[in-house]
Design a protein around this ligand. Structure first.
Ligand code: ADP
Ligand code: MG
Length: 241
């Protein structure tokens, strides 16, 4: 495949996306280099989750214009598994239950495929008890357990780029802290991490290098963490005033 850019990491270029007949993303531009931590914020319905689903390769999200590059190569037409193999990991807002698949079995597969850390160590890192290994994936897990577990799954895949859709909503403070630790671990491993959040929760424990503000399907502003102060004082529309 031809390299279209020299950026090591993720590049979203003039991305326009439809779900059904509805145009949701209207020209999104975003760069996430490896090793950097960025935040994507914006009001409900702005299109943040749509961006995460489109980058992951969910078939319901149709790219009508633009491109998505990973290490300079287009991944726009690849299926989700191929994107994951190339180092893209997405932590969903609502991780699904896998009835019949035990945690230990899933991690054995991941270790075969990616050669990542041992399940025992990963569970310790995210603060989950060892006996969770014998349970079915996500079945009966609390909100915080699901997100911590999904984070352990992602670390096991040794990804280059990680997108997390609201890892800090609907979870307790202890989980938020653990998730922040997990993000630091991913950064130490050299990954670029983009966290979608509309709470400042997680950003209390780890400061983003860049903040991107999405309103109505576009990134209207990208800047340093000082943007968070402006949003706090004046709301999302305050950053473009
Ligand atoms: P955010 O994550 O920023 O809150 P979303 O990406 O979830 O925003 O939603 C953006 C817009 O797209 C909303 O108006 C939402 O109703 C619409 N949308 C998202 N997913 C679908 C879908 N599967 N079918 C129809 N509309 C959708
Ligand atoms: Mg969302």
């Amino acid at each position: 495949m031809n390299r279209m850019s020299d950026v090591e990491g993720l590049e979203v270029i003039d991305l326009w996306v439809k779900v059904g007949d509805k145009l949701i993303l209207k020209g999104v531009n975003l760069k996430l280099p490896k090793g950097e931590f960025h935040a994507l914020v914006g009001p409900n319905g702005a299109g943040k989750s749509t961006l995460a689903m489109t980058i992951a390769g969910h078939p319901a999200y149709k790219v009508v214009r633009g491109d998505i590059l990973l290490d300079g190569e287009s991944i726009k037409d690849l299926d989700p598994e191929e994107r994951a193999k190339r180092g893209l990991a997405v932590l969903f807002q609502h991780p699904p239950e896998l009835e019949g698949v035990r945690v230990a079995e899933l991690f054995e597969k991941l270790r075969e495929m990616y050669g990542g850390e041992k399940l025992e160590d990963l569970l310790k890192l995210v603060g989950l008890p060892g006996d969770i290994a014998f349970r079915y994936v996500n079945v009966g897990f609390s909100g915080g357990e699901r997100k911590r577990f999904d984070l352990a799954r992602i670390i096991a895949m040794k990804p280059k780029i990680v997108i997390m859709d609201e890892p800090d909503s609907g979870v307790d403070m202890e989980s938020v802290k653990r998730i922040a630790e997990g993000i630091k671990k991913l950064l130490d491993m050299g990954a670029g991490v983009l966290v979608i959040t509309h709470y400042r929760n997680i950003l209390k424990y780890i400061t983003p290098k860049m903040v991107h503000v999405m309103i109505d399907g576009r990134i209207v502003k990208s800047g340093g963490p000082e943007l968070l102060e402006i949003i706090e004082a004046k709301g999302f529309s305050g950053v473009v005033a």
